[in-house]
Design a protein around this ligand. Sequence first.
Ligand code: NI
Length: 141
Amino acid sequence: MEVEDPLRVSVFRRAHFNAAHRLYNPVWSDEKNQNIFGNCANPNYHGHNYELEVKITGIVDPETGYLIDLKVLKDIIYEEVEKRFDHKNLNLDTVEFKNLNPTAEHICFVIWKILRKKLEQKLELKVRLYETPRNYVEFPA
Ligand code: NI
């Protein structure tokens, strides 16, 4: 059977990490942080089970039938995201969030930035990060 040529598809890979964080703006008073971020500003941190969805879009290679080898994508996500953030305190243990408030928005963008550097330029990348099953962020918007 023949396929469209070029054949444009998206492939997805899901991953998971647990991490702790605290939402806090150091420029503000503790009271203002508490008012804006509520429990998320708790000084003793709290954790989330983050679910990551990585979407790659592009043209299928007619020779392999692949857009990207999912084993390769799996390894990149594991090496660059899971090892970096799993079981970490994002505020204290990672350079990425030393001076960046670890909101789901910022974490999603940081992961996109990290993965973007590891993927061929011709591949389009979108990252979706679930902080809870009902709250999630996507970048690029
Ligand atoms: Ni939180």
